[in-house]
Write a protein that binds this ligand. Structure first.
Ligand code: FE2
Length: 518
């Protein structure tokens, strides 16, 4: 305790929380003036999960990011942090110190409390003689207030080898309040012939492998800049662990204990590299990621986890696991095909019943709308890894939205590496429209075949827009009366300074579900 003054303790709520969690002795023996082999803030800094009075600040010390332990060794290190009301860090309003420990890869998660609502702050970290760059974050508007505007971008699927992160560069000019990431932040596998950039890392299968994957991805300057410019709200999909996994089952049907060990390593590395609150700290292979984030009286975000608790993809008996395009699959309609798991579903439905904001956002992984496809024989078929493999669970969510008269529900998703705008219905073959859906294309991962999906559109009249050809992201501007969605498409995802344009724009008017072409 001697390394901290009483004043620092009183002013540093985050430091207190960390001390309480790490144990006093650890902080006391952390190296207060460590020497690093190189600059330790090479992975950048980030912030996330804003509340009206609080935000999470993140960094991870790694002077040699791809080396074992990031080049940090086993000792804990003291890290200081400061929050200021100005970019030059002259008016510091909060500061503290925390112990960064090897068991969490010398990552730091500071939950700063006592901030003012609806304002920008700047922050930085330091350790020994080293200082991070200054980054910007903001708090959410206070509960009960009605902000005039929320502007955010959402993104997904950023395979490092298939493209550069020009999308993130363009977000810097968008005057965003926050960024929402809907999964596939990393890919655990590598391309056989990477078309844009190459790395020599093997498939990530354990804690050390996932740590190196995040270290690689986070070395990207454009990704770092987007983190440093706004708070992020993140959730994962499958590739943060392995392709098409379903709770404790891998696509390859690994032995249960082996896969749970892998999942534990993957979840821990995710926590270590994301600006998440300590309430999400994993316990073995379990990590509670679903949570809600409120933006004053304007928008409530329900951030869902569609991977950890789901039933295994249906109708894959006798084959390998994961998603399949399957005809005559009655099991996908089985109410027992849970998508969110019982506890998360209950939490969501309780939360939906309490929304008082103007807009209700379900931030989740995949296309939610029904997508009637054809198999090779021309028979009606459905992709079982998506919500179509969990049709009754989807119907429960949409019926709940309808029955509870949830205010202006908008579902956002990713995963499918293509833009989609859809009308969500309890019964997709009948009226009425219950919610609006926007799905963003990938930041860099290759798109799904355009012709194949375009051919399916006549069988899916609730789909208002589809395009899988561009890479990019989605920009949303939300006011009390109107939600504007702009589909942002890059000219060339291999070029870090690619030009970008708006492929299409859609508007949702408050009180009227369904997007209209703007
Ligand atoms: Fe993906």
């Amino acid at each position: 305790m001697s390394t901290l003054s009483r004043r620092q303790l009183l002013s540093g709520a985050g430091a207190l929380a960390t001390l309480a969690w790490s144990g006093h002795s650890l902080a006391a023996c952390a190296r207060a003036r460590p020497r690093f082999s190189d600059h330790p803030f090479k992975l950048g800094v980030a912030s996330g999960d804003p509340r009206a009075d609080s935000v999470v600040l993140w960094t991870r010390l790694a002077p040699d990011p791809l080396a074992r332990e990031g080049g940090m060794g086993a000792d804990p290190v003291t890290v200081g942090w400061e929050v200021a009301t100005d970019e030059r860090m002259q008016h510091v309003v909060q500061k503290g110190t925390v112990a960064a420990t090897a068991d969490l890869a010398h990552s730091v998660h500071v939950e700063v409390q006592g901030l003012e609502p609806a304002r920008w702050y700047w922050y930085r970290f330091y350790s020994g003689d080293e200082m991070s760059s200054v980054a910007r974050t903001r708090t959410a508007p206070g509960p009960g207030t009605q902000p005039e505007r929320l502007r955010f971008a959402f993104a997904s699927c950023q395979h490092w080898e298939f493209g550069r992160y020009a999308a993130y560069h363009h977000m810097l000019a968008d005057e965003l309040d926050l960024v929402v990431h809907l999964g596939d932040y990393i890919y655990e596998t590598s391309a056989r012939n990477p078309p844009v950039r190459r790395h020599d890392l093997p498939e990530a299968t354990d804690l050390e492998g996932y740590r190196r994957r995040y270290a690689l991805y986070k070395s990207d300057a454009d990704l770092q800049a987007a983190h440093a410019a706004h708070p992020w709200i993140v959730t994962w999909d499958d590739h943060e662990v392995s392709n098409d996994y379903a709770s404790d089952r891998s696509e390859r049907r690994d032995a249960l204990q082996d896969f749970l060990r892998r999942r534990a390593g993957a979840y821990q590395a995710y926590y270590e590299h994301m600006p998440l609150r300590r309430s999400t700290l994993p316990h073995g292979p379990d990590m509670r990621l679903y949570r809600d984030v409120s933006w004053g009286g304007l928008a409530d975000f329900f951030v869902l986890d569609g991977r950890q608790y789901r039933a295994v993809q249906p109708c894959g008996e006798g084959r390998r696991g994961g998603g399949q395009l399957v005809a005559n699959c009655a099991k996908r309609l089985d109410p027992a095909q849970t998508r969110l798991g019982a506890a998360q579903e209950r939490w969501l439905f309780d939360g939906l019943g309490r929304v008082r904001s103007r807009w209700t956002v379900l931030a989740q992984q995949q296309l939610m709308a029904q997508l009637r496809q054809r198999n090779r024989a021309g028979a009606e078929a459905y992709w079982t890894d998506g919500w179509d493999g969990y049709a009754a669970a989807r119907q429960r969510v949409l019926a709940e939205i309808r029955d509870r008269r949830v205010p202006n529900p908008v579902v956002i998703g990713g995963d499918i590496h293509s833009f989609w705008v859809t009308d969500l219905k309890v019964d997709f073959d009948a009226a009425p429209v219950v919610a609006t859906e926007f799905v963003g294309t990938s930041i860099s991962s290759p798109g799904v075949p355009y012709e194949t999906f375009a051919r399916a559109l006549p069988d899916n009249p609730h789909v208002r827009f589809f395009d899988s050809r561009p890479r990019g992201y989605v920009r949303c501007t939300v006011t009390p009366e109107r939600w504007l969605t702009e589909l942002r498409a890059l000219d060339n995802p291999a070029d870090p300074r690619s030009a970008i344009g708006t492929l299409a724009s859609f508007v949702v008017e408050s009180g009227r579900p369904g997007a209209q072409r703007a």
